[in-house]
Write a protein that binds this ligand. Structure first.
Ligand code: 5GP
Length: 229
């Protein structure tokens, strides 16, 4: 965890597509609030630029019922990224307020920015029986392992480190400093891969998507036709 202080008050960031019941109060950030009998929660972790986004896009094209959790971040939007779609882009002080008021299921600092999972939308999606995927980094995955141990934790590996570095550079979106931070963090994350329930090697994209389907739906269902939109 980073250096955010203790709670000083109650603040809320509004999630536009959601209605917060008037009786709703912030939940204790250490307590699991998702009913165990409802939808499936998947934690999806892997080093920066390993291809998690591409894999998830392909998965969602084939299974549009699957929901992606939208994180809050203090990082600046990249070209093409939209607020409320790719992330909720918030200021550092807004993020701190979300942490302090218990709005985040988990959060972590990554390459100089904060990222966190808003708890309320996740609760709502799982309560409605959806399979929800949290695409988050290692520290966040560890927090979820403690608070929601029934979540299935999947780790995505690159075929090798050279492939990973070349993918980070090809993206052309980060400074040299940010690239160095992302590579250093990637080494740490890969070293922790054994903590996860399942692993996928993202070498061949089609194979990796098929592996992911098998992990989420089980061997039998994954071989069936994908759901129609
Ligand atoms: P990026 O800046 O490339 O979009 O994301 C950097 C890292 O932050 C990725 O490894 C991504 O999985 C992670 N990340 C995105 N959202 C969250 C979140 O809500 N919580 C945590 N812990 N990590 C996140």
């Amino acid at each position: 965890m980073g250096s955010l202080g203790r709670p000083t008050g109650r603040h809320y960031v509004q999630f536009p597509e959601l209605t917060m019941p008037s009786t709703s109060v912030p939940l204790d950030s250490k307590a699991a609030s998702i009913p165990q009998s409802s939808g499936q929660l998947i934690v999806f972790t892997g080093p920066s630029a390993v291809g998690k986004g591409t894999l998830l896009r392909r998965l969602l094209e084939r299974h549009p019922d699957i929901q992606l959790s939208i994180s809050a971040t203090t990082r600046q939007p990249r070209p093409g990224e939209e607020d409320g779609k790719h992330y909720y882009f918030v200021s550092r002080s807004e993020f701190e307020a979300m942490v302090q008021s218990g709005q985040l299921l988990e959060w972590a600092e990554f390459a100089g920015n904060c990222y966190g999972t808003p708890r309320q939308p996740l609760d709502a999606m799982v309560a409605h029986g959806h399979t929800v995927i949290l695409e988050i980094e290692l520290e966040g995955a560890r927090q979820v392992r403690t608070t929601l141990p029934t979540a299935h934790q999947i780790f995505v590996l690159p075929p090798n480190m050279e492939a990973l570095e070349s993918r980070i550079r090809q993206r052309g979106q980060d400074s040299e400093d940010a690239i160095a931070k992302r590579l250093a963090r990637a080494q740490i994350e890969i070293a922790a891969a054994d903590e996860f329930d399942s692993h996928i090697i993202n070498d061949d994209l089609d194979q990796a998507v098929a592996d992911l389907e098998r992990l989420i739906f089980g061997a039998q269902d994954a071989s069936e036709e994908p759901e129609k939109p």
